[in-house]
Write a protein that binds this ligand. Sequence first.
Ligand code: NAP
Length: 279
Amino acid sequence: MTRKIAVVTGGNKGIGFAIVRGLCEKFDGDVYLTSRDVGRGESAVELLKCAGHSLLYHQLDITDQKSVDSFKNHLISKYGGIDLLVNNAAIAFKNDSTEPFGLQARETINVNYFGTLRICESLFPILRQDAKVVNISSALGHLSKIPSIHLKEQFKNKNLSIEELSELMRKFVKDSEEGNNVKEGWGESAYSVSKVGVSALSFVQQRLLNAENPNRNISVNAVHPGYVKTDMTSHKGVFTIEEGARAPLFLSLKSTYKGQFVWKDKKAIEWDGQLPEPY
Ligand SMILES: NC(=O)c1ccc[n+]([C@@H]2O[C@H](COP(=O)([O-])OP(=O)(O)OC[C@H]3O[C@@H](n4cnc5c(N)ncnc54)[C@H](OP(=O)(O)O)[C@@H]3O)[C@@H](O)[C@H]2O)c1
């Protein structure tokens, strides 16, 4: 029987690291921890190996096409396909960051939205039967975080294409660089817009995969892991990384959800409904 393969992006620390550890314990197959920095990735692998886990490593920077191609070629030559992709890698500028907002917007959208899209476009052709894709979004990726009704309607469009969604992301960057992000109805958080993009992308991807061939039974879901103590939150979150990994692991291992926005308690919620509190 073909051995199953799981891949986690940004697995060297934080929630991604806890997802890798959880997969090492429960996923029936080979688990890849990937990281943009080889040193940080190998140290994380070493930690898990010392704790008795067995896993594999590959460098992967989701913003670097060469790195993405090299990983894809490695997977194709070694296995031919994958069964689980957890898109965890992301960045967030700190609230007190002094970089101009336009720059923050460009960088955040480049990593969180276009980086996630890049790895999906590369690996979706090698997703196997019954594969699962888990896109780590955020409560801030809930549609209610976009102030403009007009923009909300565009994100919600049932026929939205990936190109149209990418165009929306590019418009946000342009509006931000021109100082018009608030006037144009995007609000003041580049991270939030990037994660709304990731959530919307998940639903479009599910729709396209279903249309292509529903018999492949591939699921794509977006998940809010909770407010977690990691470098991203300057360790101000309320949950441990293990708690933050619970809903992503549920989607990776057990769930039958398809195209859902899943809350930290593993329940699917309305993406365009009311946002539950607290995060
Ligand atoms: N923490 C929270 O409260 C919270 C809440 C909601 C959603 N999330 C989401 O949960 C996920 C994990 O966040 P976290 O809190 O664990 O953050 P974190 O500790 O900052 O970890 C982020 C990970 O992403 C990696 N990364 C960043 N840019 C990358 C790139 N271009 N290519 C590959 N890897 C890259 C980082 O690598 P380096 O070590 O090299 O920087 C790191 O491994 C993110 O998607 C985040 O948006 C977090």
